[in-house]
Design a protein around this ligand. Structure first.
Ligand SMILES: CC(C)(C)CN1C(=O)[C@@H](CC(=O)N[C@@H](CC(=O)O)C(=O)O)O[C@H](c2cccc3ccccc23)c2cc(Cl)ccc21
Length: 348
């Protein structure tokens, strides 16, 4: 069945989308044609999977098989969960049959991409549920690949299928690393920004800061909550920011290949928000006291000012220079941020 403008299933999907991510919903709704519906459903299926992964009340004997089979539920009109997630996410899980109905109205190629990425992501989440911490930077990159890098791979395929972007470029496996970096840049920024929110999580916090990095600055990751460890905490924070910045050049390369305005805005706006967030977090001890966010006015400005690749280069340069100059003064003071990573990002 094709989608009608007043279709109740899509009306529900867009209403949940607008509630769970106000600013990002705007850029999704700006996408042209069928890709708008495909990305809206893709976003909701991923949020539902994320809700299952995050639900600490769900016992492992239920959660593990559900992560592995979640992709098959895109076709299951009877699937719904009345005890999973909170707020808008609880309604998303309860009324999942409406998401399934909308999903089944998408063209088959779009359905196949959404199911494939959901399957691979669910399998990756399953592997990481068993690990109780992220030890190496390799594991850190692998976890972020599963929960965010794969989203980039899926989006590139949707862009190619919609013909809004050149299939020779966006359906090519050569692009996978760049697509992956787009996701890692966003996810690592979220992981850095959300340190306090995550470590205060009840009953058991799930932390993604890799021991290979924080182990150089503390014996236990929760030591950074204590004011007396603030100096070490901030040195670790700066190290984490530089690690995230190492994906900036790939992200810029990916964005420079986009041609369609609405697709470009959809991709570029979260990226400029992320570089801005990294700049606000860099050398900022408040990350260990509250969730540090870009001021509302600045986010709004970034959204309207991100129209072209020149805008993105300029914005990345401003924020990378900001980080670089702070790093320079710290360098004078003998701390050890990996300045060359930052300056490499500036040279992009
Ligand atoms: C984990 C994540 C980074 C993939 C989440 N993710 C994003 O962060 C959203 C942005 C978002 O949700 N922002 C929130 C703010 C916030 O969460 O901090 C908002 O309310 O504005 O963008 C990404 C996203 C957008 C465009 C291109 C991408 C390429 C690779 C990977 C992800 C890409 C996203 C696209 C899709 Cl289809 C699904 C999820 C996401």
């Amino acid at each position: 069945a094709r989608r009608l403008p007043q279709d109740p299933s899509f009306k529900f999907c867009y209403s949940v989308l607008n509630r769970v991510s106000r600013s990002f919903a705007i850029v999704i709704c700006n996408l042209r044609g069928e890709i708008r519906d495909a990305v809206c459903i893709f976003y909701l299926v991923l949020r539902a999977l994320d809700t299952v992964e995050d639900d600490m009340a769900l016992p492992d004997e239920k959660k593990l098989p559900l992560l592995l089979s979640f992709h098959t539920l895109c076709y299951d009109r009877g699937f719904s969960m009345d005890d999973c997630g909170t707020g808008d996410y609880k309604e998303l899980m309860e009324k999942y049959p409406l998401v399934v109905d909308a999903f089944l109205k998408l063209s088959k190629p779009y359905q196949d991409v959404i199911v494939d990425i959901t399957k691979r992501m669910g399998a990756g989440m399953h592997d990481f549920i068993e690990k109780d911490e992220v030890k190496t930077i390799k594991d850190y990159n692998l976890y972020c690949h599963y929960v965010a890098g794969l989203v980039g791979v899926g989006l590139s395929n949707l862009f190619a299928m919609s013909k809004l972007e050149d299939p020779k470029v966006f359906a090519s496996p050569n692009l996978d690393d760049l697509s992956n970096s787009m996701g890692l840049f966003l996810q690592k920024t979220n992981i850095i920004r959300d340190y306090l929110e995550d470590i205060m999580e009840e009953p058991a916090p799930r932390m993604f800061w890799p021991r290979e990095i924080w182990g150089k600055y503390a014996k236990e990751l929760d030591e950074f909550k204590l004011g007396c460890n603030r100096e070490k905490a901030v040195e670790c924070l700066n190290h984490m920011v530089c690690n995230a910045l190492s994906h900036a050049t790939d992200a810029l390369t990916y964005m420079s290949k986009l041609r369609e305005k609405s697709v470009f805005a959809f991709c570029a706006i979260p990226q400029v928000m992320a570089i801005g967030t990294l700049a606000v977090c860099y050398n900022n001890g408040e990350v260990f006291e509250r969730v540090v966010k870009l001021r509302k006015g600045l986010s709004a400005q970034l959204m309207v000012k991100t129209k072209s690749m020149e805008d993105v280069y300029r914005i990345f340069l401003v924020f990378a220079r900001d980080i670089g100059s702070t790093a320079q003064t710290l360098q004078m003071k003998g701390s050890d941020p990996t300045v060359e990573d930052v300056l490499k990002a500036v040279d992009a």
